[in-house]
Design a protein around this ligand. Structure first.
Ligand code: HSE
Length: 308
């Protein structure tokens, strides 16, 4: 039996506009890598990255703690973490580590957990950074492709994205608050107008139809959110300009990636994606902000890459 397993999990974008806390898409922009090794006892974390190493405050540590307890596994675990997904930028960083950890633990102990259980365990890690559990990023990172999260009971529906779907992501170089997701959830209205809810439901439904029909244009032009985006966009300097520039450069739709501050534009492979990325950079530059741009496509979920 293997005593050491390495799993790699992708970054993800949550919400896709109107699908707040419900939609997620795994994207090949960045990856986190987790290596789990069986040890005598306890949970030890090793990393060169600037993240908490106390298991109680660490995404991967919380996933292991909960899996050990609920699945009654006595062995100790050493967790080696290599972060590739920037933390706090709306790219599903904590979810990537959580997803890789749950999948690695499942493999290490040959547990044969079903997809919903893996997502549920990965969700414990989100609590470390977001303060609350929501499954959109972890579901995408565990399972890959486009996901729809049904809750109570948790049931994740996956849809294979169109092969030609492409995204341009702009990650601004700005300081983000420590508990960014918590902060950006705090600005969302508690009550919404029925007409706004109807608009979001119609666009969210059209996004699902776009994924089913493998139609990037229908996906992209349905990325319209009249509830969460207007409440959050003030937290992203230059947001409106970035969005308008990307749309003018040909993107089908633009929104905040997850809780931000990254901005994501939806397009397809035959379009001039460099032009869209440059337009987004110029948008941020108009607010005196530099950004990193990445052209990416949907990714598979967390995969086992080696038994060391
Ligand atoms: N759906 C979540 C949010 C994703 O927008 O707050 C962030 O983790």
């Amino acid at each position: 039996m293997a005593t050491k397993i390495t799993v790699r999990a992708p970054s993800s974008t949550a919400n896709l506009g109107p699908g707040f806390d419900t939609f997620g898409l795994a994207i090949d922009a960045f990856y986190d890598e987790i290596t789990l090794t069986k040890i005598k006892s306890g949970i030890t974390i090793i990393t060169d990255d600037d993240i908490p190493t106390n298991p109680e405050n660490n995404t991967a540590g919380l996933v292991i703690k909960n899996m050990k307890k609920q699945l009654k596994i006595k062995d100790g675990i050493e967790i080696k973490i290599k972060k590739g997904i920037p933390a706090g930028f709306g790219m599903g960083s904590s979810a990537g580590s959580a997803a890789a950890t749950a999948v690695a633990f499942n493999k290490l102990f040959k547990l044969k957990l079903n997809p919903n259980s893996l997502v549920k365990f990965a969700g414990f890690g989100e609590k470390a950074s977001a303060g609350s559990i929501h499954y959109d990023n972890v579901a995408a990172s565990v399972l890959g492709g486009f996901v729809i999260v049904k809750t109570d009971p948790l049931d994740v529906i996956t849809i294979e994205p169109p092969m030609n779907l492409r995204m341009c992501v702009a990650v601004p170089k700005i300081d983000v608050p420590k508990k960014k997701t918590k902060v950006s959830r705090g600005v969302i209205p508690k009550k919404v107008k029925l007409t706004d809810a109807v608009l979001n439901i119609s666009n969210a439904s059209s996004i699902v139809a776009g994924f089913m029909k493998k139609d990037p244009e229908l996906i992209g032009n349905s990325i319209k959110d009249v509830i969460v985006e207007p409440a959050r966009q003030h937290m992203i300097p230059g947001y409106e300009k970035v969005k308008q520039n990307a749309l003018k450069a040909g993107a089908y739709g633009v929104t905040i990636s997850g809780a931000g501050p990254s901005v994501i534009a939806f397009s397809k492979n035959s379009f001039n994606l460099k032009k869209i990325s440059n337009a987004m950079s110029k948008g941020f530059a108009s607010a005196n902000i530099e950004c990193q741009t990445i052209i990416c496509k949907p990714s598979k979920g967390a995969i086992h890459i080696k038994n060391n």
